[in-house]
Write a protein that binds this ligand. Sequence first.
Ligand SMILES: [Zn+2]
Length: 133
Amino acid sequence: MPKVNKTDAEWRASLDQETYRVTRQAGTERAYSHGGFPSGAGTFACVCCGAELFKQDNKFESHCGWPAFDATIGDAPVGEKVDYDLGYARTEVHCDDCGAHLGHVFPDGPKETTGMRYCINGVSLRFTPEENK
Ligand SMILES: [Zn+2]
């Protein structure tokens, strides 16, 4: 069971239309539609529930039109599920804490690191810069 349970009406009320469509209805934002994120150190969290999912260190430029990461944070609640929405198997990734759809993961990431590419909708993520210590 997800840790965060809200009704569909509650999600709809708490998210903007595009974020709701992507995260709660497994939508995909248009490639290059997201404005991007700051480049400094920080953490990317689930926009719906705040669970920390990715680090800036794992973000890389994939030129695919969506934010891409080569790994999740070690204990991040990122679940995977195979879908056939496009007629072939893809691995969908979502936040296990609230069920938010995040994007897909493909085995064509940077070979020098993990070889994985988490292709994530920008609207699914909230970026928090690391505080200056
Ligand atoms: Zn979540």
